[in-house]
Design a protein around this ligand. Structure first.
Ligand SMILES: CC(C)(COP(=O)(O)OP(=O)(O)OC[C@H]1O[C@@H](n2cnc3c(N)ncnc32)[C@H](O)[C@@H]1OP(=O)(O)O)[C@@H](O)C(=O)NCCC(=O)NCCS
Length: 182
């Protein structure tokens, strides 16, 4: 049975995690031109506006179908969306959730990803049944590794040839964070 989720709004120091709206289209347009984001997400590579709007619609579908919580990362001051943070619940019956994130290139290096992931992690114990958060980082992706570590994730090991990114099988470093059980 599908259990719809209710997406909360979460406040960090510099970002608000909130639902995407169609007003966030310019952010998805920028993400669609990124060399990396479309390879690792369902953001449409060089997508036109229809494809970008379909991406936005899919994010609310995730909540409606219980697949996960898809947040826009919005700068608090302007409410402008700068990226995406996701908590995926596919393995919730095993007590595990996956975390994903991206920030558009024009807004990187301002601490938005680190604040967003920390904010997500602080809230995660409120999701019933989640005891462990996992994420996967390509070995070259220092910015993502630092983002994960800043939020309390610990590197656990290399998963060889873990998934296809673009046309290639890629190794992934697994990072995880075990939530307090109290
Ligand atoms: C990874 C990503 C989300 C980081 O976003 P960001 O908003 O620029 O990150 P922040 O500014 O919050 O920085 C977080 C940490 O990474 C470090 N960092 C950021 N960019 C970096 C870079 N290019 N090289 C090395 N370290 C970097 C920061 O210094 C900070 O670490 P510190 O607090 O120890 O100084 C962004 O680069 C991105 O979207 N990349 C493409 C998509 C992607 O790789 N997603 C993750 C998939 S696992």
């Amino acid at each position: 049975m599908t259990v719809p989720l209710v997406l909360p709004t979460l406040l960090g120091d510099a970002v608000r995690l909130r639902a995407f709206t169609t007003a966030d289209l310019p952010t998805i347009r920028e993400a669609a031109t990124d060399p990396h984001i479309p390879l690792i997400t369902s953001v449409p590579a060089r997508g036109d506006d229809d494809a970008c709007l379909a991406f936005l619609a899919r994010q609310s579908d995730r909540t409606a179908t219980g697949a996960g919580y898809a947040f826009a990362i919005a700068e608090i001051a302007s409410d402008r969306a700068v990226g995406h943070a996701y908590l995926g619940l596919r393995d919730l019956d095993l007590g595990r959730a996956t975390v994903g994130y991206w920030v558009v290139a024009s807004q990187r290096g301002r601490g938005f990803a680190a604040d967003a992931v920390r904010t997500l992690v602080r809230w995660a114990p409120a999701v019933q049944g989640v005891t462990r958060l996992e994420l996967y980082v390509e070995p070259w992706n220092v910015a993502s590794a630092r983002t994960a570590e800043r939020a309390g994730f610990v590197q656990e090991g290399m998963l060889r040839s873990w998934e296809t990114v673009g046309d290639e099988r890629r190794d992934m470093e697994m990072y995880a964070l075990v939530l307090d059980q109290d």
